[in-house]
Design a protein around this ligand. Structure first.
Ligand code: GDP
Ligand code: IMO
Ligand code: MG
Length: 431
C-alpha cells in the first residue's frame, strides 16, 4: 500500500512543512494525524509563505486532498481562518478537497483558558505550552468528556453541549485556579455558528483514507510536533499530549496496521527546542545567536505559532538515533544545512557522559536526560554559501562529510538535504 510517513525526529520545527510540500507533489492525499494548532508548518513557494497550523501542508499542491484525522484536536477558529487565508491566496480549501474526521475532538475557549491557568499555576515548573488548549482538549477526550466534530452535525443540541462543557470547565477554572469563568452562552452561540460552516467538511476520514489506499492512491501522513515531544516517547513531562511518532499514524487516521513504504525522518542540521525541558546540547552566547538568527529572516529560529525565540544547540546524535528507532525511520531528510555555513567548527553529540560512565544508548529513554553531559565529535565547518547549490557534488567537501557522518553514525541513509526554505532549494544526495 502506498502510504508514506513524514515525522519530526527532534523537538518539532524540523522543517516538516517544507518536506511534506516537496513530497506532496507525488501524493493524492496528505493527512495530519496528531496534534492541533500548536503546530506551525511553513511552506515557501516563490514569494509566498504559508504558515499552516491545522490544514495539511500538502494542500498547496492543487491536485491533493487534505485530511484532518481523528487523532487531531481542532480549533474551529483557526480552521476557518486558515481556510480563508488559503482561499485568499488562490488555494482552494473547500469541502471538496478538505475533510475533517467526525471523531476528531474540538478545542474550545474553555480548554485554552484551562491550559493557560494550568501553566500559570506550575510556576517555575512550566512546560512552556503553546497555550492553545491542547493538553486540556486531550484530557477531555481521555476522560470521556470531550466534544467531537460529529457533534457539530446537529447545531441545536451541539450549542447546548458546548454550553454545558464550558460550565463544567468554569467550575475548575474558578475553584482550582481562581481564574475568571467564561460566558458559556456566548461560547455556545459562537460554536453553533462554526458548526454550520464546518459541517460540510466532516466525514469518516478513516474510511476515506482506507479506500484510497486500496485503490492504489498515494497517501502521505504529515506528523506534527516531533519525536521528543511525543506523549509516551518524548522528554516527559516536557512533551505535548498526542502521539507524534510514526505509530500514531495508524490510530490517528483510523487505519489498521497497513504496510508503509517510507518513514521519512526530518532532522534539522542542528538542534532546537521551544518551551521548557532538558536539552543536553544546548548552546548559549555567540554560537547560539548565530544558529538562531536575529529574527530578520523568516527562517530564523523564532516559533511559527508563538513567536518565542527557540533554544538552539548542536545536533544530538544520541537523541536522533533514539528517534530513528522509535519511528522505524527508513530515510532522513536534513534541513537548514545552509545555516551552518561560516561556522569554523561543528559539533555532533555521539555519546553521553555521567561521571565516569559513557553511554551511547539511553538506559531509560529521553525522560531522564538531566544526569548526562554530551560527548562531542568535532567536524570541520565550511565558509561557502550553499543556498544556490542543487547538486550533491557541488556542496563543499566539509558539508558532505558532515552529512555523511550523521548517516554513518545513525545507520540510516540521508536522501536529501535542504539549503533554503524555497521549494527548489533541495539537494538530492545521489545527484
Ligand atoms: P515544521 O514545524 O517542522 O514544519 O517547521 P517550521 O515551519 O516551524 O520551521 C522551519 C523553518 O525553517 C521555516 O521557517 C522554514 O521555512 C525554514 N526552512 C525549512 N528548510 C529550510 C532550509 O533548508 N534552510 C532555511 N534557511 N530555512 C529552512
Ligand atoms: P510543529 O508541528 C515545536 C511544544 C511547546 C511545549 C510543548 C507542549 O510546528 O513542529 P502544547 O501546546 O503542545 O501542550 O505544548 O510542546 N510544541 C512544539 N514545539 N513545534 C511544534 O509543532 C510544537 N507543538 C508543541 O512549545 O514545549
Ligand atoms: Mg513548526
Amino acid at each position: 500500500m502506498p502510504l508514506n510517513i513524514v515525522i519530526g525526529t527532534q523537538w518539532g520545527d524540523e522543517g516538516k512543512g517544507r518536506i511534506v510540500d516537496l513530497l506532496a507533489a507525488q501524493a493524492d492525499i496528505v493527512a495530519r494525524f496528531n496534534g492541533g494548532d500548536n503546530a506551525g508548518h511553513t511552506v515557501t513557494v516563490g514569494k509566498r509563505t504559508f504558515k499552516l497550523h491545522l490544514i495539511p501542508s500538502g494542500i498547496i499542491h492543487p491536485h491533493t486532498m487534505g485530511v484532518l484525522g481523528n487523532g487531531m484536536v481542532i480549533n474551529p477558529t483557526t480552521f476557518m481562518s486558515e481556510v480563508d487565508m488559503l482561499q485568499t491566496a488562490g488555494v482552494a480549501a473547500g469541502p471538496e478537497r478538505l475533510r475533517i474526521s467526525h471523531a476528531a475532538h474540538l478545542i474550545t475557549p474553555a480548554h485554552r483558558a484551562l491550559d493557560q491557568a494550568q501553566e500559570a499555576s506550575r510556576g517555575s515548573a512550566q512546560i512552556g505550552t503553546t497555550g492553545r488548549g491542547i493538553g486540556p482538549a486531550y484530557t477531555s477526550k481521555a476522560t470521556r468528556n470531550g466534544v467531537r466534530m460529529e457533534d457539530m452535525l446537529d447545531p441545536y443540541p451541539f450549542a447546548d453541549k458546548i454550553k454545558r462543557h464550558v460550565e463544567d470547565i468554569n467550575k475548575v477554572l474558578v475553584s482550582m485556579y481562581s481564574a475568571d469563568p467564561l460566558d458559556a452562552v456566548t461560547v455556545g452561540r459562537e460554536y453553533e455558528h462554526y458548526a454550520r460552516m464546518i459541517a460540510p467538511y466532516i466525514a469518516d476520514t478513516g474510511s476515506l483514507v482506507h479506500t484510497a489506499l486500496k485503490q492504489g492512491k498515494r497517501v502521505l501522513a504529515e506528523g506534527a510536533q516531533g519525536t521528543l515531544l511525543d506523549i509516551d516517547h518524548g522528554t516527559y513531562p516536557f512533551v505535548t499530549s498526542s502521539s507524534s511518532t510514526a505509530a500514531g499514524v495508524f490510530c490517528g487516521l483510523g487505519l489498521g496496521i497497513v504496510p508503509v513504504c517510507d518513514v521519512v525522518g526530518v532532522t534539522k542540521a542542528f538542534q532546537t527546542r521551544v518551551g521548557a525541558g532538558p536539552f543536553p546540547t544546548e548552546v548559549f552566547g555567540k554560537t547560539a545567536e548565530r544558529l538562531r538568527g536575529s529574527g530578520k529572516n523568516p527562517w530564523d529560529e523564532f516559533g511559527t505559532t508563538t513567536g518565542r525565540p527557540r533554544r538552539v544547540g548542536w545536533l544530538d546524535g544520541i537523541l536522533l538515533g533514539y528517534a530513528l528507532r522509535v519511528n522505524g525511520v527508513t530515510e532522513l531528510m536534513i534541513t537548514k544545512l545552509d545555516i551552518l555555513s561560516g561556522l569554523s567548527n561543528l559539533r555532533l553529540c555521539t555519546a553521553y557522559q555521567a561521571g565516569d560512565e559513557i553511554v551511547s544508548e539511553l538506559p531509560l529513554g529521553p525522560g531522564r536526560l538531566e544526569p548526562y553531559e554530551p560527548v562531542y565529535e568535532e567536524l570541520a565547518g565550511w565558509d561557502e554559501d550553499v543556498t544556490g547549490v542543487r547538486k550533491w557534488s557541488h556542496l563543499p567537501e566539509a558539508a558532505r562529510a558532515y552529512v555523511g557522518r550523521i548517516a554513518e553514525f545513525c545507520g540510516v541513509p540521508v536522501r536529501r538535504v535542504s539549503v533554503g526554505p524555497e521549494r527548489d532549494q533541495v539537494v538530492d544526495v545521489s545527484s
